[in-house]
Design a protein around this ligand. Sequence first.
Ligand code: NAI
Ligand code: MG
Length: 332
Amino acid sequence: MMRLCVIPGDGIGQEVVPSAVRVLEKLLPGLEVTEAEAGWECFRRQGTSVPETTLQQMRECGAGLFGAVSSPSWQVEGYRSAILALRQSLQLNVNLRPVRSWPRISPRSDVDLLILRENSEGLYIGREYMQQSGNLAIAEAHISRQASEDIARRAVEVAVLRTSRRVTLVHKANVLPLTCGLFRDSCRRVLEEAGLRDIVDERLVDVAALQLIECPEEFDLLVTTNLFGDILSDLASHWSGGLGMAPSLNWGQGIALAEPVHGSAPDIAGTGKANPLAAILSSALLLRYHWHAGALADQLEGAVERLLAEISIAEMGGETTQRIEQELLLRL
Ligand code: NAI
Ligand code: MG
């Protein structure tokens, strides 16, 4: 029995997640769905952005679909970003972000790459402090051999599934030889030991950013640290047609949380205009990488492809969320 913990969160998360769940239920009629709370509204009601019950539900199900949460851009006593707390508590140590061309909505037709981002350390461990003078702020970055090898093992798994022609390690070891050097060397060793020596390649992050614009079709699988992965994956998502088309998977051992890359979009929340495809394509990642149901993932992505070829989202007018869901269900 497959189980899914659904965490809609705030804003358009409440709109796109139910849509994605209905689509997933058509593909997996026996799916058992439970709903859990997280986010800013949850914090205001319960004083925590991720209640312990939500973590328990996630652990019991082993798979989740997260919408988006709103985060204040000022410091709020006791508030922690819900998605960061979920990633950390559930040890979702790798973030998988595919970027591919879709009919009409993408600015190019030949992009098909996947970014694997380390999800637990780097500059995002949250160790920031201000010196007493108030004139010097310091942030620590941690890179461990363990986490670097873990992401490299995931890279091997993905490279085999995709029959990758190239795996690119992205770093900045010329300026940060200890941290980025450890990342690069640990990853390289695991990939080479897995027999992928011939396709492993590396790029400094600044050059990688330029080439992701100049010649995105030349990349296949990119493996990088937390901050670089965050930035490069948003940048690369341009080629899929923007945030409404950008899915991701937070990937741990035996547990995974799918999540559209976009946020709660307060500017369109409640209007029905949110594109649910980022959330729907995130659930396809659960199918492919967590549930090992590649054929169902192909079926879902194939239906999205036909839908986009036949109907332009720009022409859908008002009720985009509902319309896309209906049109997709017809094509599944
Ligand atoms: P955002 O991703 O919510 O929105 C950026 C722009 O893209 C907006 O104009 C929005 O209308 C549009 N957009 C986003 N998703 C869309 C969709 N599915 N269909 C159509 N248009 C879409 O980012 P923003 O505005 O910077 O942040 C809003 C809130 O979301 C903030 O509170 C922020 O902290 C939070 N956020 C949460 C994330 C998460 O839960 N993982 C990620 C990014 C932001
Ligand atoms: Mg981001």
